[in-house]
Design a binder for this molecule. Structure first.
Ligand SMILES: [Zn+2]
Length: 106
């Protein structure tokens, strides 16, 4: 399925352009990027493939409520890998409809 030139389904403003999206490190798939806001779309076939890749390379977590905020427990494997500690500061941002959490430089 080719979405090239179609209107972005997220904002209904941008036009979709084909590009290669790196869904997990080193793995690229055919994807389409919104010309206005950078929303990323996949065809249905690629979407299935991407969901399978995510299941293999990530752990599912439920969002929990903490006061008026919400929180997501970070899997122990990632805590060890990045040497994270409770109450350590992190920077949270978004990119391409994803949440990016960066540990503070030591
Ligand atoms: Zn868009």
């Amino acid at each position: 399925m080719n979405l090239e030139g179609k209107t972005c389904g997220v904002c209904n403003k941008g036009k979709l352009r084909a590009f290669q999206d790196e869904v997990v490190p080193g793995v690229y798939v055919d994807a389409f990027k919104c010309s206005e806001y950078g929303h990323v779309s996949y065809s249905k076939e690629v979407m299935k493939h991407v969901e399978n890749l995510y299941k293999q390379s990530s752990e599912e977590r439920h969002i929990v409520k903490v006061g008026s905020s919400i929180a997501v427990p970070i899997p122990a494997a990632i805590v060890r890998l990045l040497n994270l500690r409770a109450s350590e500061k992190v920077f949270i941002t978004t990119q391409d409809n994803k949440i990016i959490i960066k540990p503070s430089p030591a």
